[in-house]
Ligand binder design. Structure first.
Ligand code: HAM
Length: 433
């Protein structure tokens, strides 16, 4: 028989207990921050109708879809959560209390070209607000991101959030180079999102490419690229067309962020437009200040998505925060938590004759909320003690022939070595958990 390749598919991960402990730790922080901002958790199927994710603006995410035909249906593994959330909101529009605040922690699939920080499956924490048109929503979302960064132990200057306004760019372009072709704004954003990855020259080439989706003349393309160089809020606001609220929205956002005490954690950057077509307003991305990693999270306002999907118009804003880059950043900064296999008690029967008594001890401890390892088989006591020490176990319960005969169990506190004997059928158990 030929030898099977038993590796997981490229870009996917097996999670061993230590990986899973880290993941649970991180997801615990995602969920705790979401709870502190009064967001409620929702979920949706990982397999959706492929059409939910098919958009025509040339986004990478559409080309990277894992999709397949099954029994005549065209299905896809979700590459992101946002269309599913929009679908869920639309299905109950009218019956939901707005503004609504929902969060998810889900696995997403994208057939990416693999680089550091990008896998073919990743988990994302999403927080989304529907029904709030003002930038108070974006401010709350950005505050949640900084809360998470603090909670996981990173320092304030390890991560910054770059903020821009797509509506500012759109207003300027509609008044200028896109006056007669407003419909190319979305494909144009998808192209200029690549500027950091491929550089200004290649982006200019793509904008003028006669076979591309945008097809600007060379001078207009250079003007667009020059607009992306603005790194200063005042200059951006001053350049905003008078009939657009984009400038005042940005100023209001900054004043809200200062009320949260996080103004120093955001920077204006006109080159952040995001690679997804549906954003319409403020957009933001968190990045590590050394510039070594891909974006940590990204999001923004997407007021037209529900309409694009054939539903009512509902203003919306949100972000997705992946599990991969944050883990790399924590590792680079030496901030990965030390997480032990959490066991409170180990119960050890010296031999099978004491097994029933040991089961009884373990069952009572478990009933009181303790995490209990009942030693299986009858290894040497020395080995049991070494393993328990390594796992940071609190208490070892020794159930030997002599103890059972006298109706007692021996309790040893591993931190101090202190030992005591307790009545086997009536020892008191401290409740935990
Ligand atoms: P996104 O920028 O495509 O946005 O992804 C958000 C975050 O997910 C990224 O910043 C990154 O942390 C993580 N991520 C994305 N792709 C990968 C990958 N291949 N490997 C590892 N991590 C990845 C969205 O998905 C939007 N739906 C976010 C959103 C929610 N906007 C509004 N609400």
């Amino acid at each position: 028989m030929s030898k099977q390749n038993l590796k997981p598919p490229r870009g996917t991960r097996d999670l061993y207990p230590e990986d899973q402990r880290f993941r649970e730790w991180l997801f615990g922080h995602f969920r705790e921050v979401a709870a502190r901002f009064a967001f409620e958790e929702v979920d949706a199927p990982i397999v959706e109708r492929a059409s939910l994710f098919m958009r025509k603006a040339g986004e990478e995410i559409v080309d990277q879809l894992y999709h397949f035909e099954l029994h005549g249906r065209h299905l896809a593994l979700r590459p992101e959560m946002t269309p599913s959330i929009a679908r869920m909101v639309m299905a109950r529009a009218g019956g939901l209390r707005m503004p609504l605040r929902w969060f998810t922690v889900t696995q997403n699939w994208r057939y990416e070209r693999m680089t550091r920080g990008r896998k073919r499956e990743h988990y994302q924490w999403n927080m989304d607000i529907y029904g709030e048109p003002s930038v108070t929503a974006e401010a709350e979302l950005i505050a949640a991101v900084t809360t998470l960064v603090d909670r996981v132990g990173l320092e304030r200057d390890h991560v910054k959030i770059r903020v821009n306004s797509r509506s500012l760019l759109e207003a300027s372009l509609r008044a200028g180079v896109l006056r007669d072709r407003p419909e190319v704004f979305e494909p144009l954003c998808v192209v200029i999102d690549k500027i950091e990855k491929i550089g200004a020259d290649k982006v200019t080439d793509m904008l003028v490419d006669p076979a591309g989706a945008v097809q600007l003349d060379a001078a207009s393309a250079r003007d667009v690229v020059a607009m992306l160089e603005v790194k200063n809020l005042e200059d951006a606001v001053a350049a905003a067309p008078a009939d657009s609220s984009a400038g005042s929205d940005l100023l209001r956002l900054w004043s809200l962020l200062s009320a949260y005490g996080i103004e120093d954690r955001v920077v204006f950057d006109a080159s952040v437009v995001r690679g997804l077509a549906y954003y319409t307003g403020i957009v933001f991305e968190a990045f590590d200040t050394r510039g070594a990693l891909r974006s940590i999270c990204g999001g923004g306002r997407y007021d037209r998505l529900t309409e694009t999907l054939g539903g009512p118009s509902i203003p919306a804003a949100g972000f997705g925060f992946g599990d991969v880059v944050i883990a790399e950043l924590l590792a680079d900064m030496n901030k990965l938590p030390e997480l032990q296999h959490p066991v409170d008690d180990v119960v050890f029967a010296f031999d099978e004759a004491q097994r029933a008594a040991a089961i009884d001890v373990a069952t009572r401890l478990r009933g009181a909320g303790h995490r209990v390892e009942l030693v299986l088989g009858t290894p040497k006591l020395k080995r049991v003690i070494t393993d328990a020490d390594r796992d940071g176990v609190d208490t070892l319960w020794l159930v030997g022939p002599d103890e059972v005969e006298r109706g007692v169990v021996k309790q040893r506190r591993l931190a101090t070595g202190e030992e005591s004997e307790l009545p086997l059928d009536s020892f008191a158990v401290e409740p935990r958990g």
